[in-house]
Design a protein around this ligand. Sequence first.
Ligand code: UDP
Ligand code: MG
Length: 333
Amino acid sequence: MDTSQELRSVLISVVVPLYNEEANVLPLMQRLREVFTKIGCMWEVVFALDPSPDRTRDGIQRLVEEGYPIRLITFSRRIGKPLSLLAGLDYSRGDAVVTIDADLQDPPELIEEMVAKWREGFKVVIAQRRSRKGERLLYLKCAQLFYWLLDKISEVKIPRDTGDFRLLDARVVREIRRFRERHGFLRGLTALAGFPTIVAPFDRDPRRSGKTQISLVGAVNIALDGIVPFSRVPLRLMFVLGAFLLFGGILGGAAWFLWGLVAGFSARWPLAILGLLMIGLSGLVIVCMGVLGEYLARTYEEARPRPLYIVDELIEASSLERKISDDNRPVEL
Ligand code: UDP
Ligand code: MG
């Protein structure tokens, strides 16, 4: 069998999390169709939809009726991008799965190169941003700091300047599905799963239509989810700081006592310095409690046997190659 024949029997799933993306769905599908026609393989798109106030759902339904190979899952409530992505992986049936944003910031054309690298034998192909257009400078600086920190303290290696745009072999998807971790930080989970990995550089475009759906608080949450579940360094740092202060205190106290024995004890301790020291130390203790709280809260979240998400409806186009509704085994939720 030659390569093009082999490719024809390959199915690639594209998982797209979305919320309020009605204007972007059709252009995304058109660009995906062009890409897969060029590659010459079978394809399906799994839309993982957070219930949106706009008409994203109706738009997708129309495309299903027009014959696009689409599987749509909608959630019972808005669960956010990270968990939507994991749900999308649960509902994909491809030999490889590409995860991509709906707003066309991630160019679908890169999929051709990703598939080529996958065919060379890499099980994970991660799109790496060479440049980012249309983002605010402050946001870019914060992102840079985040990637630097992640690189320094994460227990798994996550390539810098990479987001969730990636290709995962079906084997990797199967392994990631076993983690069931509530934070849903795909970058960390992919690194945890392992397997031969390569990056594919690209220039990130500005959002095609609409504005970002992830708030500042949401972005901070995602950043914390990237750090806390994958690093014990903040906890260690608390210990080191505490030990440093403890020994500093003992040494300082001993020096003061010895000095007092020699030069006589004086009651003229500058109170202002003492007060500032107290405020500083209280602040440090409270910050440490906050760090501890981040770990504790996540332990509690993981300990509750709640499903990661609840699917409200599942719509499948009749043109889909492998249907979930035809599967004998139930969808693992
Ligand atoms: N998204 C989602 N649920 C949300 C917020 C965002 O599924 O609650 C989707 C969104 O529609 C898009 C992707 O996640 O496809 C990335 O979101 P966005 O472009 O707003 O984030 P940014 O590019 O600014 O990180
Ligand atoms: Mg975006």
